[in-house]
Design a protein around this ligand. Structure first.
Ligand code: AOF
Ligand code: ZN
Length: 358
């Protein structure tokens, strides 16, 4: 199951709105087939692994990171494929919350005389499936906030100079992070200041191009933004009521619009913004700045994970902080984080952490 989970993890960012599932088929103590959900979300993992196993699947055990589907979508049900292949036992990490499946897949296998176990490495499977589970559970994507700061938490000098704080190794890791998310979002301020392309430029990493989203309440995205140099989808989330001609010109450049109500204090209403993205199928969202957008999501309790790069440099208190105020008045009111990973990237550090509930 842990190698099935590792396979599933490799597909993150490339299967949305579908989950990335891994499947390993074992017969007589030997792996006879491996598969994961293909980029774009189909074929499913089980079909891939069964194809690799061929006749060796008869009497074998299939380890699957998510309950096999039993519905006719654009591909036939995986339960039927497992039954037809003569698999003897299916071990599942996690039940599928999709109402079309949700326990029925397990029942279908049992009814066919297959031995079924559920719950092996379930916690790990919940982590890998976090985006898919969150979208089904509450209509929101899993949100990772990425920050890259000096040791004193600054992202720019007083005069606005910001490129580059972190080194090339850290920036490569940041590209990998983009590739492992369905969409990358930045605020229009970041777009105007840095003109980022927001693509994952690592070879082979993102067979499904990462969607780029600009949170742009005031419709400030310039027509010449580098965002439009890439073929990857570019979505502009904006408040209603802008000049149709400006919108048409941006559409001409390749932008697609998402309507989101404006927040009373400026910017877009954060929860509505995320709901709209989940509505489009986004399960894993990486937020890459700026300080206002990340703070608005943190304040609203909408952030699940943080990926914080720190460079061995300091700017001092007149530099631009990586995060706008989030309303913390007392230490007890600070969001609580649990560190899940630390790694070195050249002379920078990446600390990954989960936001704790409450
Ligand atoms: C599996 N194995 O590898 C995946 C599954 O649109 P469809 O027909 O492809 O169905 C999507 C649903 O299938 C998705 O919501 C989830 O329930 C399941 N995904 N199931 O057996 C897989 N990716
Ligand atoms: Zn399936």
């Amino acid at each position: 199951m842990s190698s099935a989970l590792a396979l599933a993890a490799r597909g993150l960012g490339n299967t949305w709105p579908n989950p990335s599932v891994g499947c390993v088929i074992v017969r007589d103590g030997r792996v006879v087939g491996r598969g994961r959900t293909r980029p774009g979300g189909r074929p499913h993992a089980e079909t891939e692994a069964l194809r690799a196993a061929g006749e060796a699947a008869r009497g074998a055990t299939a380890y699957v990171t998510l309950e096999p589907c039993c519905h006719w979508g654009r591909t036939p049900p995986c339960t039927d494929a497992l039954i037809a292949a003569g698999v003897a036992r299916v071990v599942v990490a996690l039940r599928d919350p999709d109402p079309r499946v949700d326990g029925v897949g397990l029942q279908r296998l049992r009814d066919a005389g297959i031995e079924v176990e559920v719950g092996l490495l379930e916690e790990e499977a919940r982590r890998v499936n976090a985006g898919f589970l969150k979208r089904f559970g509450c209509g929101l994507p899993m949100v990772t906030v990425k920050l890259a700061t000096t040791m004193d938490g600054r992202i720019a000098t007083r005069t606005g100079e910001s490129q580059w704080i972190t080194g090339p190794e850290a920036r490569r890791l940041a590209h990998a992070l983009r590739g492992a998310h369905d969409a990358v979002m930045a605020g229009s301020g970041t777009l105007l200041a840095d003109d980022p392309e927001l693509t994952c430029r690592l070879p082979g990493y993102a067979p499904v191009p990462t969607v780029r989203v600009v949170a742009d309440a005031r419709l400030r995205t310039p027509l010449r933004a580098r965002l439009f140099n890439s073929e990857a989808p570019a979505w502009i989330a904006t408040a209603p009521g802008h000049d149709p001609a400006s919108m048409a010109a941006l559409e001409q450049r390749g932008a697609a619009f998402i309507d989101v109500p404006a927040a009373p204090g400026g910017g877009l209403e954060p929860e509505a913004l995320l709901r709209a993205l989940a509505g489009k199928g986004i399960t894993r969202l990486l937020v890459e700045g700026g300080a206002a957008l990340a703070a608005s999501l943190l304040r609203a309790g909408l952030v699940d994970r943080v990926a914080w790069f720190t460079a061995p440099s300091v700017i001092g208190g007149d530099g631009r902080a990586g995060l706008d105020p989030i309303g913390v008045e007392t230490l007890a009111a600070m969001p609580r984080l649990k560190v899940t990973g630390r790694r070195q990237a050249g002379d920078c550090w990446l600390v990954e952490a989960d936001l704790m509930p409450g």
